[in-house]
Write a protein that binds this ligand. Structure first.
Ligand SMILES: C[S@@+](CC[C@H](N)C(=O)[O-])C[C@H]1O[C@@H](n2cnc3c(N)ncnc32)[C@H](O)[C@@H]1O
Length: 302
């Protein structure tokens, strides 16, 4: 188990995670959750003890948003293993999720593991039927994703990965037309480049993550289902949009240190458009459900 200090660029405040949670839950694809529930019901072995029957591993769990979304939508008693490199967020997740129950009022058991996902995952995935994560993969490297897909294949589990950013960022005016001028183009390209910055173990996947996940699991014999899960931020989401744009401004200052004035002018203009309700903001994400073929599963459980 790793105790190394997490990179500051891969740490998140609980305040930010709480602010984004309603938009995340609204954006997620309900059908993929339903399909994951059906898969678990078909494959969980009722003769095994709970921990070996319905273990669900939540990678990069933060303060538990993914668990709060999924657990009440899945049937049957569940054993959740929460994984994060931030001990404070893990403690908050344990506290905030202790009274959850399943869709059919069965108990939810919690276990937490403080480690880096760059470390070996074999032990972490032990006994897992479903591995899940939300808003995580842009932070990881291609090697992390490859190692995760290998470990999932070996354990024969299904995976449900929600809210991986796909690079789409658009402001729309009241008629629904996309506003995509030279400054928008320039800033959004710089933001994408910033998302690829090293978070401690090499270049991060940024908006390439959905494609990499899809290819990695398909290549290992998984059946793939995907859906778009964009944030649509309008007047009811102004605090989130404002916080998001403040983060973008900071990232753009780092990425374009010679162009602070241009960054600030673009930021001020688009923020003003949002606050005056002249535009809405779309931020693209993808959800992915990958289920192992029967052959993969029988190989894994043999
Ligand atoms: C954007 S937050 C998402 C948290 C949560 N899944 C949610 O949807 O609110 C990413 C989470 O991944 C964790 N994280 C990032 N990189 C990690 C790594 N290499 N190992 C373990 N945890 C990591 C962070 O501490 C953070 O809790």
């Amino acid at each position: 188990m790793s105790r190394r200090t997490p990179n500051a660029n891969a740490l998140f405040s609980e305040q930010w995670l709480t602010l984004r949670e309603p938009a995340d839950h609204l954006a997620r694809d309900a059908q993929l959750t339903h399909a994951a529930d059906s898969w678990l019901t078909r494959h969980a072995d009722p003769s095994r003890p709970l921990e070996a029957r319905r273990t669900i591993v939540d990678l990069g769990c933060g303060s538990g948003s993914n668990l709060r979304y999924l657990a009440p939508r899945l049937h049957g008693a569940q054993h959740w293993r929460l994984v994060d490199h931030d001990e404070e967020l893990l403690a908050s997740a344990r506290l905030r999720c202790q009274y959850l129950v399943s869709a059919d009022a069965q108990p939810i058991h919690l276990e937490s593991v403080n480690l880096s996902l760059a470390d070996t995952l074999e032990e972490t995935l032990q006994g897992a039927y479903l591995v899940t994560a939300s808003a995580l993969f842009d932070l990881l490297t291609a090697d992390d994703i490859g190692a995760l897909a290998d470990a999932c294949q070996r354990s024969g589990c299904a995976v449900l990965f929600a809210l991986s950013i796909d690079g789409l960022i658009r402001f729309h005016d009241a008629s629904g037309s996309a506003l995509y001028g030279d400054d928008d183009r320039f800033m959004l390209a710089a933001l994408q480049a910033h998302q690829h910055r090293d978070k401690g173990d090499g270049p991060a996947m940024g908006s390439e993550a959905p494609r990499r996940l899809r290819e990695s699991f398909r290549h290992r014999g998984y059946h793939i289902r995907e859906a778009a899960s964009p944030w649509q931020l309008g007047p009811e989401s102004l605090p989130l949009a404002e916080a998001l744009m403040a983060g973008w401004r900071e990232a753009l200052h780092q990425q374009l240190p010679q162009q602070r004035d241009r960054v600030d002018q673009w930021h001020a203009r688009r923020l003003d458009d949002l606050l005056r309700e002249r535009v809405t903001l779309t931020v693209g994400h993808r959800d992915l459900l990958a289920t192992p073929s029967d052959r993969t599963r029988s190989g894994a459980r043999a």
